[in-house]
Design a protein around this ligand. Structure first.
Ligand code: NDP
Length: 447
């Protein structure tokens, strides 16, 4: 089996040699899906995984815009449309200087499996730009978003490809992007999700990824008769996912000890309660400040510059910032300090070495493609509400979100439980996500 995986990866590397993040994501899937394919006659000789790693389309475009000083700036925009076998493309837009084809292909590939796991009819895509929104004025953000959409509009549509937010793209950016799409196309449709409530957005969409991650952690903990109540929790990031993961942990009686951004992390030994979290939300979402400002407001907390929070003793770790933010050494520190559950809010935050450590220690570990699927699932619910021209209540959406997260957990158990009873959620998520897409591709012929 090792040989088959090696041969497969050699083929993928030959074509994508300069794309380390993409190769990392493919390797993780290959290690679990290739042994499964070998046991299933219907997939034999169909090169189905090789077809799945090739994007259906990669679009790259120029984004010229003018800054507040009147100077012309040029960024690069992308949309990777990975797979539409089970529904129109769906996946976020990321604005961050680290964005390139490799990062977006990894995210789009993961998105295919994640969207399949939700059981909603959504294919996978991802897009964005190497534009850095930090220290840009509101007007600069608006001009950039308008220029971005004046090109992207050609490739998307409510039945073709429905982008959403991701790092650096929140409700403000979705508003500017939607405004330009509506103007150019002269139509009001659900072409983007994460919209404002008064113009087609869904209740619970802002909360969905963070809440969903915690719902998934709850399901995992229940398999070992644990609950969130009374648990110490380390969270990384302080953006959309981290904020609402923290909120749900607080609601369920857990103690949030840390939050972070790319400059370092804050540790509050007394716990970040709802009032402190609201300060963080205002700081990050409105004032667009840095996380170290938390310690000025709450001096009993400390700021650790340039570090990630993983040497904080905790029961549960929720990495909610970015890819590869938790490495093998961090994993060992977490395990030494007694961590029993790692549930990914971000996409691929744990390196392969970290995942190996978690699996060796047989703790509860959930990969983002399963545990953070609540965001895209609720985007799917936003699409449904847009099509119906109707809005569900907060309680209705939250109930559906819980059900979806619960179903994903059940699928992971079905495909990921080994002979000793340990649940390998990576294997479970990869195989469950693969089956639906692969079967749809086979049914549609060589397309
Ligand atoms: P935001 O832009 O709202 O927040 C991102 C957070 O991560 C910020 O605190 C940011 O700090 C930090 N961060 C970003 N890059 C780095 C880095 N290189 N090193 C350290 N910290 C970093 O993004 P989201 O919360 O939306 O997304 C976070 C993660 O969750 C991403 O992996 C995303 O793909 C994933 N995700 C998001 C979904 C959503 O619905 N929003 C859905 C599913 C997954 P700083 O401000 O300093 O950059």
């Amino acid at each position: 089996m090792k040989k088959s995986i090696e041969v497969f990866m050699q083929k993928v590397k030959a074509r994508n040699g300069n794309e380390p993040e993409f190769l990392q994501a493919v390797q993780e899937v290959a290690e679990t899906v290739i042994p499964f394919i070998a046991t299933q006659d219907i997939y034999k000789g169909k090169d189905i995984l090789l077809r799945m790693v090739e994007p259906e389309r990669v679009i790259m475009f120029r984004i010229p815009w003018v800054n507040d000083q009147g100077e012309i700036r040029v960024n690069r925009g992308y949309r990777v449309q990975m797979n539409s076998a089970i529904g129109p493309y769906k996946g976020g837009l990321r604005f961050h200087p680290s964005v390139n084809v490799s990062v977006l292909k990894f995210l789009a590939f993961e998105q295919v499996f994640k969207n399949s796991l939700t059981t909603l009819p959504m294919g996978g895509a991802k897009g964005g730009s190497d534009f850095d929104p930090k220290r840009k004025s509101d007007n600069e953000i608006m001009r950039f978003c308008h220029s971005f959409m004046s090109e992207l509009f050609r490739s998307i549509g409510p039945n073709t490809d429905i982008p959403a937010g991701d790092i650096g793209v929140g409700s403000r950016e979705i508003g500017y992007l939607f405004g330009m799409y509506r103007k150019i196309k002269n139509e009001f449709t659900g072409v983007l999700t994460g919209k404002g409530l008064s113009w087609g957005g869904s209740l619970i969409r802002p909360e969905a990824t963070g809440y969903g991650t915690v719902y998934f952690a709850q399901s995992m903990l229940a398999t070992r008769n644990h609950t969130i109540k009374g648990k110490d929790v380390a969270i990384s990031g302080s953006g959309n996912v981290a904020q609402y993961a923290a909120e749900k942990i607080i609601q369920l009686g857990g103690k949030v000890l840390t939050l972070s951004d790319s400059s370092g992390y804050i540790y509050d030994k007394n716990g970040i309660d709802q009032e402190k979290l609201e300060f963080v939300m205002e700081l990050k979402n409105i004032k667009r400040g840095r996380i170290n400002e938390y310690t000025k407001k709450y001096p009993s907390a400390e700021f650790v510059k340039g570090e990630t929070p993983w040497n904080t003793p905790c029961d549960i770790a929720l990495p909610c910032a970015t890819q590869n933010e938790l490495n093998g050494e961090d994993a060992i520190k977490l395990l030494t300090n007694g961590c029993i559950c790692v549930c990914e809010g971000a996409n691929m935050p744990s390196t392969p070495e970290a995942i190996t450590e978690f699996h060796k220690a047989k703790i509860l570990f959930a990969p983002g493609k399963a545990s953070n699927a609540g965001g895209v699932a609720t985007s799917g619910l936003e699409m449904t509400q847009n099509s119906l021209r109707y809005s569900w209540t907060r309680e209705q959406v939250d109930k559906k979100l819980r059900e979806i997260m619960n179903n994903i957990h059940t699928s992971c158990i079905a495909y990921g439980t080994d002979e000793n009873g340990y649940v390998d959620y990576v294997k479970g998520a990869n195989i469950a996500g693969f089956v639906k897409v692969a079967d749809a591709m086979l049914a549609q012929g060589i397309v």
